[in-house]
Design a protein around this ligand. Structure first.
Ligand code: HEC
Length: 158
């Protein structure tokens, strides 16, 4: 009987001391806070879809300027994720899409008019009977930038 009582006391002691040790060693709150801090930083500027399901427009102020260097920046910001920095349709986000984004390098049919290119950029894929994955960009490009973007798209041609 005495032994059993001793054993009970002993095992309670082991449980407590063991447990205290383990929470001290593996206390996750510090790590968790750090993780939350880091993920907050990492996710800054990563947009989620707008309420209506459209693609939000990240306006990078550093690239807000007019002229051709401005349009290069806008292409990188708005288009390259799908159409690729080189216009080859192999942007990191584009490769997962169906249909895949247009490869501008080989898109060189004489039947493609500037008006057509401007329309799909401004009004999006469905406006010309194409996929809605190609969003309308008219809201973020001025009329002048739209024309520059048409030239930019054509400039990838080989
Ligand atoms: C979310 C990915 C995505 C982004 C960002 C994007 N596009 Fe597209 N784009 C597509 C897809 C997908 C297609 C192909 C649609 C189809 O074939 O139905 C396409 C097609 C096109 C076409 C060709 C239409 C045709 O007849 O084949 C042009 C031109 C174009 N995009 C220009 C742009 C420009 C300029 C931008 C930036 C302002 C841009 N896209 C941003 C996905 C994207």
């Amino acid at each position: 009987m005495r032994n059993i009582a001793m054993l009970a006391v002993w095992s309670i002691f082991v449980m407590f001391s063991g447990c205290r040790g383990c929470t001290e060693q593996h206390d996750p709150t510090g790590d968790w806070k750090k993780f939350k801090e880091e993920s907050k930083q990492a996710n800054q500027g990563v947009p989620s879809l707008e309420k209506d399901g459209s693609i939000p427009v990240a306006v990078d102020k550093s690239q807000e300027s007019s002229g051709s260097s401005g349009i290069d920046g806008k292409y990188s910001t708005f288009c390259a994720s799908c159409h690729g920095e080189k216009g080859d349709g192999k942007g990191p986000a584009g490769m997962a899409l169906k249909p895949v984004p247009r490869n501008f390098v080989t898109w060189n049919d004489p039947s493609i008019t500037d008006e057509y290119i401007a329309k799909i950029i401004k009004d999006g894929g469905p406006a010309v009977g194409k996929s809605a994955l190609m969003a309308p960009w008219g809201g973020v490009l001025s009329a002048e930038e739209l024309q520059q973007m048409v030239e930019k798209v054509k400039s990838f041609r080989k």
